[in-house]
Design a protein around this ligand. Structure first.
Ligand code: PMP
Length: 374
């Protein structure tokens, strides 16, 4: 059987890693500033993380969701504490698309309405509602097409107000910082406007934090910078540091009825052990502060390069917008300097490293970047 090619594949076989470093089969070292698309939050093979999963695997890996799993309660408590959203409820699934799918569905259960407001260049996943709310017609199959989603320009308060007056809005879904869309930071006033309009119209504010959440920006949720609480936060990626787990947290205003939400694998013992280890490391090693400091340093230094069009982002979610003549920068970083980065169209380099990226590794990148753009 042949493997289906999902993405353009780099001809590099990564077989080992620790922290922000990974190694290929020949022992060549690479600096990982991509983290498998914001997944690696506490670094590769963190010893506490490895041990917690290993210990759990020796106990029990999976049983069934029809029993009490104390690890789920521990995870909910810890997540409440680290995120500051202690009065929310946690529902566990396995991916970002599933998180958004459940959030959009739950919003409609809650207020009985159908219209979803999403934004140009947004990405929310590839399942039916998540993909319908994603601004990329190429990945929407005919069966997913719906007129229930209204796409608005990014951060346009007037357009938002008008849409609320024209439609029965069930929910607004927004990334605090668009990731796939090229690292676009939502303005604080726009997030506040969403909060006000959702309150006035009994709509649900969904904060897609799959990529920009989990401490990456220096705050647990990037929407926190606006000083507003969303009704549902969706999470995945960094939550398990590579172990598949996703979750939604639901404000007390929404109380899902028994049976509305369900899953086979969500919240299994192993996934909970992985997610608990991640939160423990984030807390013990003060990783949100590190993300703010090292990220702030990187952004400051990158802004000094004349050839860069724009540097966007917060903490360790950084977009470097380059002019067309530097379109090869990402490839050069990888093949000449052994540094993995991400990209966004048309010509943005995305940095999504582990939250414990060191200043020394940041400097190694800056040195290489300087060479590449000269
Ligand atoms: N939301 C955002 C903001 C994302 O960046 C992604 C993945 N790129 C998703 C949702 C979907 O997550 P998953 O691939 O785990 O389904």
């Amino acid at each position: 059987m042949k493997l289906f090619d999902v993405y353009p594949i780099n001809p590099i076989n990564i077989v080992k890693g620790h922290g922000s470093l990974v190694f290929d089969e020949n022992g060549q070292e690479y600096l990982d500033l991509y983290g498998g698309h914001a997944v690696i939050s506490i670094g590769h093979t963190n010893p506490h993380y490895v041990k917690r999963i290993e210990d759990q695997l020796h106990q029990i890996g999976f049983y069934s969701n029809s029993i009490e799993i104390p690890l789920q309660k521990q995870l909910a408590e810890k997540l409440g504490k680290v995120s500051g959203k202690e009065d929310y409820q946690l529902f566990l699934i396995n991916s970002g698309a599933e998180a958004n799918e459940n959030a959009l569905k739950l919003a409609s259960f809650y207020n009985g309405k159908k219209k979803i407001i999403a934004f140009k260049k947004s990405f929310h996943g590839r399942t039916s509602l998540a993909v319908a709310a994603t601004d990329n017609p190429k990945i929407v199959a005919p069966v997913n097409e719906t007129d229930n989603v209204i796409f608005l320009p990014w951060c346009d308060e007037q357009a938002l107000e008008l849409a609320f007056h024209q439609h029965e809005v069930s929910s607004v879904i927004i990334e605090g910082i668009q990731g796939v869309g090229g690292i676009q930071v939502a303005s604080e006033s726009f997030l506040q406007k969403i909060r006000t309009l959702c309150d006035e119209h009994n709509a649900v504010f969904i904060a897609d934090s799959v990529q920009c959440g989990y401490g990456r920006t220096g705050k647990f949720f990037s929407h926190d910078f606006a000083g507003v609480d969303a009704d549902i936060y969706t999470m995945a990626k960094g939550m398990g540091n590579g172990f598949p787990i996703g979750g939604i947290i639901i404000s007390p205003k929404i109380q899902p009825a028994y049976g509305m939400l369900g899953t086979t694998f969500g919240g299994n013992h192993l996934a909970c052990a992985a997610a608990l280890a991640v939160l423990e490391v984030i807390e013990q090693e003060n990783l949100m502060q590190n993300a703010a400091e090292v990220g702030g340093y990187l952004i400051g230094e990158l802004k000094k390069f004349d050839k860069v069009k724009e540097v966007r982002g917060r903490g360790l979610m950084i977009g470097i917008d380059l002019p067309e003549e530097l379109a090869n920068a990402k490839k050069d970083l990888l093949f000449k300097h052994h540094i993995f980065t991400g990209e966004a169209k048309p010509n943005v380099i995305r940095l999504l490293p582990a939250l414990n990226l060191t200043k020394a590794h940041a400097d190694r990148f800056l040195e290489a970047f300087k060479t590449v753009i000269q």
